[in-house]
Every structure is written in C-alpha cells, then in structure tokens.
Design a protein around this ligand. Structure first.
Ligand SMILES: O=P(O)(O)OC[C@@H](O)[C@@H](O)c1c[nH]c2ccccc12
Length: 268
C-alpha cells in the first residue's frame, strides 16, 4: 500500500485529519530544507508537500514566487531537490512526501528519468500544476510504473463532469483549491468549501485535501471538519522569508510555532 493511502487510513482510524504543510525546497538554501522538514514533522505534519522551484510559477502568488527565486538563487536544481528528499528519508521512513511543481523543469530532466529518481529518493506523490489531466497519458504511466501517486487540483470552477474524470485518474488524494486565484490568496469561505467538498464526495472515494488561504488554527480546524486534509503553504513560506537570515534552527522554530497550534486545534 502506498504511504499516502496508509497515512489516510491510519488517520481515519484515529479519527483525525491530515495536516499537510507546504514549503519550497531550497528556500532560503538547500542546506535548510531537511531541518525545516523535520520541524514540520515534529509539529504534527502528516504529509509534506515540497515545491520544486521554478522561474515562472504561474499558480503561485508573490510569497511563493519569491521563495522560488531565493531557492533558484541558492542553486537548487531538480537533482538537489531529490537529494534533499533522500537525506530526509534516511531518518524518516513514514511521512509521505508529495513533490509539487511545473512541467518544464521535469520535461527537461526527462519524465522517465525523473520518475525513477523520485521513486529512488523516497517520493510518494507528485502534483504537476500545469499537467492537464486530459493530455497526461505517457507522463502518467511513468509515475504509475513507480507507484507514485498522481495528485490533481480541482477548483470551484471545475465542472462535475471534469471533476469525475480527474478523480478517476487521481490516486492518493485530490486537492480541492478553495478559492479562485493564486496561492497565498485571501481567506477562504468555509461554507462554500464545505458545499463543494460534500458534492465531491459523490464523485470520489479518495481523500479530499483543501488548500489555498488557510493561515490560522481556527480556519485549519474549521476546514478539517469537512475535508480529510488541510494544506498550508504561504503562511509558512512567509515565516521563512521573514527569518531568512536567522539560523536554520531558528526558522524551524518559527515554522513549529505556526503549525503546532493548527495541529492542536484540529485535534481538539
Ligand atoms: O499558500 P496557501 O494559500 O496556503 O495554499 C497552499 C499552496 O501554497 C500549496 O499547496 C502550493 C504551492 N504551490 C502551489 C501551486 C499550485 C497549487 C498549490 C500550491
């Protein structure tokens, strides 16, 4: 069974919801990332989303765009990202890792080579923002061969028909984008999220993660009432930016201070 599937099954048995933080690999430098990932686990992360930095991240708002810039500036390549995952895995066999990114750098690396290297490094899932599910055939096969879960985005504007198609292709979980727009957007509307998530339940048995606009413990807890997981990105990345000249242990502490209250409130 995949690590992601196992993770959601364990959570369901325990009556808990998944807390899924996002950070960009190599931000502010590749040397920071394993320490920061460990701090996320300590603060109660169930799954970690790791962004692969890209020069033109269309779906990202300014906070994550700047994280990509810092990371690329510090010399983070796809190969480095995979090396980071490999080092993290040496001391953590359990926490699923989802890589998030855009097609261009992966196409350059080679899809099959990337899929094989990702598997070997210990990656569990992949979310390629600009991979249209309709056109995904050969790319998808490379990941399926390595049992890497393919995670897709669904948004408030995705039609029911298209959502069904996407859910049938997806594995691991589906990612419901709570608001139109880019990452780091304004607060979400919990009622509207609940309505959409409820209607997705009729379409898929996969766990549903919700992200975009979750910045505080109260919102994380409210969303976790209806979703199977909550995804938290920009508020963490912003804390990295604000403390980028401090030690990595200090930045790790800043991330824990944001995530731990979310964990506690979700479990309360
Ligand atoms: O930043 P927010 O609003 O907390 O939302 C999570 C989001 O950043 C993360 O999942 C993510 C980072 N880059 C993305 C690109 C597309 C979709 C999602 C993402």
């Amino acid at each position: 069974m995949s690590r992601i599937k196992q993770c959601f099954e364990n959570l369901e048995k325990a009556g808990k919801k998944a807390l899924i933080p996002y950070i960009t690999a190599g931000d502010p430098s590749p040397d920071h990332t394993v320490t920061l990932m460990n701090s996320l686990v300590e603060a109660g992360a169930d799954i970690i989303e790791i962004g692969m930095p890209f020069s033109d991240p269309m779906a990202d708002g300014p906070v994550i765009q700047l994280a990509c810039e810092r990371s690329l500036e510090a010399g983070t390549s796809i190969r480095k990202v995979l090396e980071i995952i490999r080092v993290f895995r040496q001391n953590n066999e359990q926490t699923p890792i989802v890589l998030m990114g855009y097609l261009n750098p992966i196409e350059f690396f080679g899809y099959q080579a990337f899929s094989d290297a990702a598997k070997e490094a210990g990656v569990d899932g992949i979310l390629l923002v600009d991979l249209a599910p309709e056109e995904a055939t050969d790319v998808v096969e490379y990941f399926q061969e390595n049992a890497i879960d393919l995670i897709y985005l669904l948004s408030p504007t995705t039609t029911a028909e298209r959502a069904k198609k996407i859910c049938d292709l997806a594995s691991g979980y589906v990612y419901y984008v709570s608001v139109k727009g880019v990452t780091g957007s304004a607060e979400l509307d919990v009622n509207s999220v609940k309505q959409h998530v409820d209607s997705l339940r009729a379409i898929t048995k996969l766990p549903i993660g919700v992200g975009f606009g979750i910045r505080d413990a109260a919102t994380a807890a409210a969303v976790s009432q209806c979703a199977d997981g909550v995804i938290v990105g920009s508020v963490l990345v912003n804390a990295i930016a604000a403390n980028k000249n401090e030690t990595k242990e200090y930045i790790a502490g800043a991330l824990r201070d944001i995530l731990l209250p979310m964990r506690n409130e979700m479990d309360a």
